[in-house]
Design a protein around this ligand. Sequence first.
Ligand code: AIR
Length: 402
Amino acid sequence: MTQIVHQERRLVPGQRIGVLGGGQLGSFFAIAAKQMGYEVAIWDTDPLAPGRLWADQFFVAPFGDPLTCQAFVKEARAATYEWDNIPASLISAIESKVGVYPGSLILHLLQNRISQKERLVQLGFPVTPFRGIKRMSDLVPACSDLGTPAILKTATSGYDGQGQWTLVNKWAITEIVKSFENCPDPETGFLLEKWVPYLKELSVLVVRDGAEGCYTYPVAENHHEQGILRISFVPAQVTASIAQRACTLSRDVVTALEGVGVFCVELFLLADGQLWINEIAPRPHNSGHYTMDVCTVSQFEQQVRVVCGLPVVEPTLFRPAAMVNILGDEIDLFKSPKQMHPFFAIPNLRVYHYRKQMTKRNRKMGHITLTGLNADDVRREGELVLGMLRHCSESHRDSSLC
Ligand code: AIR
């Protein structure tokens, strides 16, 4: 795959930016872009994708549809994407006409977990021990080699905990081998990762314009449930030296990969203070939503700036924040005034409703941000609100059954 580098990117308000993907990340991008005077064309495969509500123009077609691709590049003066699974070949085709940030080469590299890890190792960055699994018959030897527990992830496509299995023992491995005897995608295969007894999961947003500008956001501390981000705190409760090392490592890796755009580097902090890279996403990230509430410039505005060739800037955090995801039918609480009021009565709380038409178990339907002056208080309040969300939706579920 080759990538044409478009040196000149200087979009002015009134011109249109193309976005591949119209989920919550594409929607927040569109809101930031429109606030800055730009127009936005969104392309999604789902006619009900929330991005349709914010876009000036909305294309619905499978990614790769040649006619839509033609129409898209006619409209857009530059483009970006909000989902790692957009085919890199489509980004490459768009790139032959207009600049896309991040480009097709880095997307191609990062969207396959095996090639991503191999490249990081080649560049000398610390990663979790792993094996690429091309055939299911490779799994048993790889498990004995790495040891269990281990996590099996599809090499491509999985996100938000989908396409991941925890292998705890031999029995689980045999079950997996059986269920994948007809491996759905033998071409791309799986990544097997040793389970790391980490202390904390951290993430750092990096914005890089490809020239001099490269900045990191403060480190976020993330707590997952079933592979899905549940709650995130900023700044992370780590020492200043760990925070600094996390930011330097994240900036270094995006620079080494020559990334241009907004990236999120997910890290594991081990008990001995080591930091290992878990995964890099070539886009804004769920753990960076706090930037819309407590930073001088949000992750989405920085993405607009990179795409339009405007200066990217060093972000400043005004206040600590906690971010709680609203998952699955928890969003139903926001259909009833009685259920919603207690949340809106909390003065330092904001609700973001993604307006997804279909509720699915564990689907990200919205999020809540809490802000305050004291990091410990915000952390406590974040946990309380998460408890409230869980408790109220359980009662709501029970009462709807009656
Ligand atoms: N997303 C992208 N990578 C990971 C995530 N969570 C965001 C993007 C994408 C949306 O989640 O905004 O469009 C897809 O969410 P869903 O609920 O439709 O699967």
